[in-house]
Design a protein around this ligand. Structure first.
Ligand code: NDP
Length: 267
């Protein structure tokens, strides 16, 4: 039986074990997927080998340091400089980022935007920025502080803090901050959001399973909205198929993982 794990800290909230284990069961594959609290991200490779894993997912806060655990990085992860999936190929560990393609699949639920504003400048904002760039949309970024915007500026993205931002019309506004996850806060000034929403068509929050103040306000402004569940689902489907040499039927994986998410929200 092949063993897989998700590494993070904290990781107890992660829905990935349910998604992957139900997919194993329903697709008739001998496999198991565990969660592993990893405090020191630099020990990832040792843990991966000691557990005898065939593959792993990586979540906060280790997605960037996880690059160092790999022998090779493939695809868009090379631009993002963060990975959420590792696969053992012979004796090598190969790193991928499935958040980016997972987000692009979720984006298909919306009218295709021509212009996008991303609020936040963390790892998720990096994945989404490069995902959008890969489909010829260069997003603008708005973050509460300047520090993390530097790397985006160096890679050619137009970036703002609230102090130097003049609202303009964007088709899609995405919240990649955790504002609203555990409190009632907005990711940026409430009045600024109202102005942005009055000119937008759609809004997405990467936080999942919660009607955040950001989403509530977007809905009241009449926008099409979605939380981060479709992105979570799709990154999981893509990772599961990568774990199995991209040889499986993705519709079947998706159906199982969708069922796992429904089970999760009902208990
Ligand atoms: P990071 O810690 O890397 O980045 C967080 C960013 O949000 C920073 O730019 C930070 O600003 C900003 N921020 C944090 N709190 C606030 C706040 N209260 N108000 C305004 N700005 C804030 O986080 P990640 O990018 O790794 O993750 C962000 C969220 O995305 C998490 O909630 C995570 O669960 C979710 N996520 C969802 C996924 C999905 O599949 N749906 C996949 C991956 C992540 P500053 O630079 O000033 O500190």
């Amino acid at each position: 039986m092949k063993l897989f794990a998700i590494f993070g800290n904290p990781v107890s909230h992660s829905l990935s074990p349910r998604m992957h284990n139900l997919a194993f069961e329903e697709l008739g594959i001998q496999g198991a997927y565990i969660r592993y609290t990893l405090e020191d991200g630099t020990t990832l490779r040792d843990r991966f080998e000691a557990l005898g894993l065939s593959g792993a997912n990586i979540t906060v806060p280790h997605k960037e340091v996880a690059l160092q655990a790999c022998d090779e990085i493939r695809g868009i992860a090379k631009d993002i400089r963060a990975i959420n999936t590792i696969i053992k190929e012979d004796k090598k560990l190969i790193g991928y980022n499935t958040d980016a393609p997972g987000f692009l699949r979720a984006l298909k639920n919306f009218t295709t935007p021509k212009s996008v504003l991303i609020i936040g400048a963390g790892g998720t904002a990096r994945a989404l920025s490069f995902a959008l760039k890969s489909i010829a949309i260069t997003p603008h970024l708005l973050n509460r502080s300047k520090g993390r915007l530097e790397s985006f500026i160096n890679q050619g993205f137009e970036c703002f803090t609230p102090e130097d931002f003049s609202p303009r019309g964007y088709d899609l506004i995405i919240n990649t901050t955790s504002a609203g996850l555990k409190d009632d806060s907005f990711p940026t000034d409430e009045k600024l959001l109202e102005t942005l929403f009055s000119q937008a068509k759609s809004a997405m929050d990467v936080v999942y399973g919660q009607n955040t103040p950001f989403l509530q306000k977007a809905k009241s402004a009449g926008l099409e909205v979605q939380d981060g569940k479709a992105m979570l689902l799709n990154q999981g489907v893509i990772a599961f198929n990568l774990f199995h040499g991209n040889s499986l039927n993705e519709e079947k994986i998706e159906a199982s993982m969708q069922r796992a998410l429904t089970l999760s929200s009902s208990n």
